[in-house]
Design a protein around this ligand. Structure first.
Ligand SMILES: [Mg+2]
Length: 185
């Protein structure tokens, strides 16, 4: 492959690279958020916060309370079309929500971030489990990104098809030393 083509391929892949990766949300240390100057966290819901039965862990709830107490704002940005579920989780976790976000569309990120004009894009972190919706969308909007492992193995068919392709991109990502350093999975 010509060098030019190689470079193009590399820069294409970069659109899908997260800045950080963690096993799960509750493993993200507050110290990292503080060090990186994060003031607003946008979170995907399905498979990031809750499993397919709508359950979340006690540790997650504690993590959210802790982060909120440190004056970091939290917001759910979900592609879910069921407002009932998003509303329920939002109420239980004490986090506001934006649903039908159609990520990788940037409309959810834009709408939510406009509510916090004092917070700049480099102070906003998107946490999600999917490269093609959460990470790509956030990268397109130029905010920070953190990938977690999906909670459930069972997924809807569309997500299942995308997973092997995600794996290929992630393998490229992990091969790079500068990324490996930031991965805590
Ligand atoms: Mg998800």
């Amino acid at each position: 492959m010509a060098n030019k083509e190689k470079a193009k391929k590399k820069s294409l892949l970069k659109n899908f690279y997260p800045e950080f990766t963690f096993e799960k949300v509750e493993n993200i240390p507050y110290e990292l958020l503080h060090k990186e100057g994060i003031r607003l966290i946008l979170m995907d819901m399905d498979n990031t916060l809750i499993d397919s039965k709508g359950q979340y862990s006690k540790e997650l709830k504690k993590w959210i309370q802790n982060v909120k107490s440190k004056d970091i704002k939290l917001y759910i940005v979900s592609n879910s079309i069921s407002e009932r579920m998003v509303k329920k989780i939002s109420k239980e976790l004490g986090v506001r929500y934006f649903y039908k976000a159609s990520k990788p569309s940037t409309k959810g990120f834009k709408t939510v971030s406009e509510q916090f004009p004092e917070i700049s894009k480099k102070e906003i972190l998107m946490i999600g489990d999917q490269l093609f919706t959460d990470i790509w969308g956030a990268n397109r909007f130029n905010i920070r990104t953190l990938l977690v492992k999906r909670i459930n193995k069972k997924e809807i068919i569309v997500s299942r098809i995308k997973r092997p392709i995600e794996r290929i991109i992630l393998n490229h990502y992990y091969k790079k030393e500068e990324n490996a350093e930031k991965c805590r999975v």
